[in-house]
Design a protein around this ligand. Structure first.
Ligand code: CP
Ligand code: NVA
Length: 306
């Protein structure tokens, strides 16, 4: 098993299933894991803002008896005060793992290259693999065997979409990305997902037609404008409004479950009616960030699942 988790593809299907099982155990019996990271320190480094990721790692590590150190860019941005390589080399002398939210995926590759401690991607331009883990933990809680479901993602084919696509393929879930023209997920990642899906008996469909979401068990959306983009939500509206997750669409598809990674923009990619409605599992997803990440840290730091 790789000591890093930066694309999410470091773990195969059976390892992901073990990871999800461990996450459920931690969720159900937290007291059994209260000292699992005793004496261990994790640096959580953020180049971008965060609520859920920062807090779920910090509080989660604390619940495992470990110590989290938050580092933002106020004390010297990576690559400007000193190189990314030197950041990694120094942090690895003190810490037992590094969690990093970065603008460019390449930064994670450099951090991983120069760290002899596990490096975890907590969001980059291409992937959000910790989010996808929590989302599939949530889907497993709702549906049981996730290989039997169809998940439809609506909106921008971004980092969140790409990690869901890869994890759906790995776990054998059918996946549809319904995105406006010019906003589909990265072609290379789609190709990779298609290859993985073929092995696991799953399908991948990328479409700009909303009808492609029909029959989905779960609908998922994310912001139309990711952090770092200079497009405004108002500007995005013209392109994305037909892909809004609203009650009419929900009723049309017949889906039982609604997911959103948050932060959400009510009235844009999702309506309040749906977000606060009975089919939403959005706060369950947010809670599951912590359990899924705790399982991941135990797997990487304590080699707990393999
Ligand atoms: N879903 C998620 O990663 O939220 P934050 O940006 O608040 O961490
Ligand atoms: N796609 C969003 C996800 C935020 C959790 C972004 O990158 O800003």
């Amino acid at each position: 098993m790789s000591s890093h988790f930066i694309t999410g593809l470091e773990f195969d299907k059976s390892q992901i299933l073990k990871l999800l099982a461990l996450a459920s155990d931690i969720k159900q019996q937290p007291q059994e894991f209260a000292h699992a990271l005793a004496g261990k320190s994790v640096v959580t480094l953020f180049e971008k803002p965060s609520l859920r990721t920062r807090l779920s790692f910090d509080i989660g590590i604390n619940k495992l008896g470990g110590h989290a150190v938050y580092l933002d860019q106020q004390n010297g941005a990576m690559g400007s005060r000193e190189s990314v390589q030197d950041f990694a080399l120094n942090i690895a002398t003190w810490a037992d793992a590094l969690v990093a939210r970065v603008s460019s995926h390449h930064t994670l590759e450099v951090l991983a290259e120069y760290s002899d401690i596990p490096v975890v991607n907590s969001l980059c331009d291409l992937y959000h693999p910790c989010q996808a883990l929590a989302d599939f933990l949530t889907l497993q809680e709702v549906f049981g065997d996730v290989s039997q479901i169809k998940l439809a993602y609506l909106g921008e084919g971004n980092n969140v979409c790409q990690s869901l696509l890869l994890l759906a393929a790995t776990l054998g879930a059918d996946f549809v990305a319904v995105c406006p023209k010019g906003h589909s997920p990265d072609a290379q990642i789609v190709k990779q997902a298609e290859q993985i899906a073929a092995v696991n008996g799953a399908s991948v469909l990328i479409s700009d037609r909303i009808e492609a979401a029909a029959g989905a068990n779960a609908l998922y959306t994310d912001t139309w404008v990711s952090m770092g983009s200079d497009t405004s939500l108002e500007q995005a509206k013209a392109t994305f409004m037909p892909y809004q997750l609203n009650q009419t669409l929900l009723d049309q598809t017949g889906a039982s479950t609604v997911l959103h990674c948050q932060p959400a923009h009510r009235g844009y990619e999702i309506t309040s009616e749906v977000m606060d409605g009975p089919k939403a599992r959005i706060l369950q997803q947010a809670e599951n960030r912590m359990h899924a990440q705790n399982a991941l840290l135990l797997a990487l730091m304590n080699k707990q699942i393999v």
